[in-house]
Ligand binder design. Structure first.
Ligand code: HEC
Length: 189
């Protein structure tokens, strides 16, 4: 908790007063995606077992993410990233990979400002929520002993180049990234 407050204070001096509002938008976006994916996964594991859930994730995580994006409105978008990605769509770009490296040693979210060529009329922020490995994650992201054989086969069939295994409890699995865009001229609420 202390750490989060420190991060907030630090960002305050960097980005002015707006940062708190932007930080809150980031938190809300990350939470919405997390709750959506978590509740679906819970339901799938209960109804179809780990193997069914793995298949479900593979085919529906992106669809669910897209839905959350629509819910969050035009200027906010969410995604997940990991340097050891399973789905190549979740590969981080260079600057995102740098932030992931920073997140290895903290559970606090990080807010950054992004410059994009051709979009100088906008202020663009990225909010990063670190994701750590919990017991349930090991079934699909753990070491060979953790992952049931059927699950391993299912995942391998869909993602022959899967990098997202070998994790241990508490490891950083990746992050949720919330991108927030604002027009420079007019203040939006
Ligand atoms: C039932 C199997 C299963 C479980 C349990 C599971 N995942 Fe995944 N995970 C997947 C699959 C399949 C993908 C790739 C499809 C997708 O989500 O885009 C994935 C992708 C991800 C990604 C996106 C980056 C990437 O590698 O493509 C993150 C982050 C992630 N999982 C974190 C977690 C965390 C944290 C937990 C535990 C709370 C967890 N997962 C539990 C199957 C699982």
């Amino acid at each position: 908790m202390k750490k989060t407050i420190f991060a907030l204070a630090l960002l305050g001096t960097l980005y002015g007063e707006d940062f708190q509002e932007i930080f809150k938008i980031g938190q809300k976006g990350a939470k919405t995606l997390l709750t959506t994916l978590k509740s679906e996964m819970k339901k799938q594991i209960k109804e179809n077992g780990i193997e069914g859930a793995a298949q479900f994730c593979a085919f529906n995580a992106m669809v669910l993410t897209h839905k959350v994006n629509q819910e969050l409105g035009e200027n906010v978008s969410v995604k997940r990233i990991s340097t050891k990605y399973r789905n190549p769509m979740n590969k981080p770009n260079e600057s995102e990979a740098k932030i992931l490296f920073m997140l290895e040693n903290t559970n606090s979210p990080v807010l950054t400002k992004v410059e994009r060529k051709g979009e100088e009329d906008k202020e663009i922020y990225k909010f990063y929520q670190p994701l750590r490995i919990k017991p349930v994650c090991l079934k699909c992201h753990g070491t060979a002993e953790d992952i049931p054989e059927g699950v391993r086969d299912t995942i391998h069939k869909i993602y022959p180049e899967d990098k997202a295994t070998g994790y241990k409890l508490g490891d950083l699995r990746g992050a949720i990234v919330v991108t927030i865009e604002r027009d420079k001229e007019k203040e939006e609420k």
